[in-house]
Design a protein around this ligand. Structure first.
Ligand SMILES: NC(=O)C1=CN([C@@H]2O[C@H](COP(=O)(O)OP(=O)(O)OC[C@H]3O[C@@H](n4cnc5c(N)ncnc54)[C@H](O)[C@@H]3O)[C@@H](O)[C@H]2O)C=CC1
Ligand SMILES: CCCCC/C=C\C=C\C(=O)C/C=C\C/C=C\CCCC(=O)O
Length: 266
């Protein structure tokens, strides 16, 4: 996809990985709908981006992605404001093992819903222009992490959903590519949650182990995840792929064995 003049919607865009993705999309000439529940930081972010790219290139929509009506309304506002939608980045996420249902709701259910709403706007049979959806998972979506069972489950779910819906999109000729990105530890405010009882609950005892893991593997800059996003968007051959980003290997793809229900077709 050629990114100049395309319109992107990024959830969790106020800070961290979402903000880096918005910045990278703007650098490529996109217009970006910034969606986040944090109105204060969201407005600050928009102001910062306005200084670099001008006031017309972004719109900030306050929205809790786990609220169906708010999420649908955010898509509608961004579509009506810019007149089209080409890219959706379902990035908003939390780490909460205490109030764990919230983690499933934000990290998995809202990603599924964001994908379905995105498809409604972009798929060609609905009169859309086609496009691309990128769902942000985690390396924790590919391996167990003892202190984060629900976070892990939500991220495994994102990968299973994304790979499956990507196949549907291909066979249904939706014209929309759907991929996922799995970063290792990234230097963003979410890492501070491992220090807090309100986030970790019974797993707070693992915080030193997690800190050691971070020290051992190192932290990725959010800009590298944005670089991975741009690679996926610009390469029209990618669909249903799981991009991994680590300090050791940088940007690379997870390799799977052929699927049983595809083997006969090849
Ligand atoms: N930082 C890391 O080490 C890694 C993060 N990830 C994933 O990347 C994504 C982004 O995380 P970070 O930027 O690191 O976290 P962050 O905490 O810095 O940023 C998350 C953003 O999402 C927003 N958000 C949270 N819940 C929301 C909701 N219900 N509605 C709307 N906005 C909401 C927050 O306000 C915040 O602006 C998450 O899905 C996270 O699980 C994946 C791998 C590693
Ligand atoms: C593992 C959860 C930590 C607490 C939640 C806060 C932030 C979330 C971060 C992640 O999603 C971390 C991603 C991966 C952790 C799993 C393995 C680390 C291996 C890193 C590497 O190989 O570079």
């Amino acid at each position: 996809m050629h990114l100049e003049d395309k319109v992107a919607l990024v959830t969790g865009a106020a800070q961290g990985i979402g903000n880096a993705c918005a910045q990278a999309l703007l650098e490529k000439g996109c217009k970006v709908g910034l969606v986040d529940q944090n109105t204060v930081v969201g407005n600050e972010s928009k102001n910062n981006l306005d200084k670099q790219f001008g006031t017309q290139r972004t719109i900030f929509i306050p929205c809790d992605v786990s609220n169906e009506e708010q999420l649908k309304d955010a898509f509608k506002k961004i579509f009506e404001h810019f007149g089209r939608l080409d890219i959706v980045v379902n990035n908003a996420g939390v780490n909460n093992e205490k109030n764990w249902e919230v983690t499933v709701h934000i990290n998995l259910i809202s990603v599924i819903r964001g994908t379905y709403i995105g498809l409604d706007y972009m798929k060609t049979e609905n009169g859309g222009n086609g496009g691309a959806i990128v769902n942000i998972s985690s390396l924790a979506g590919l391996m167990p992490v003892p202190s984060q069972p629900v976070y892990c489950a939500s991220k495994h779910g994102v990968i299973g959903f994304t790979r499956s819906i990507a196949m549907v999109s291909k066979t249904g000729k939706y014209g929309v590519r759907i991929n996922t990105i799995c970063p290792g530890f990234v230097n963003t405010p979410i890492l501070q949650t491992i220090e807090k009882e309100e986030n970790m609950g019974q797993y707070l005892i693992y915080k030193e182990e997690l800190k050691d893991m971070m020290k051992c593997h190192g932290l990725l800059p959010p800009s590298l995840i944005a670089e991975g996003l741009i690679k996926i968007l610009e390469d029209d051959t990618l669909n249903g792929e799981v991009m991994k980003i680590t300090t050791k290997q940088g940007i690379h793809f997870h390799e799977y064995s052929p699927l049983p229900f595809q083997a006969n077709k090849q």
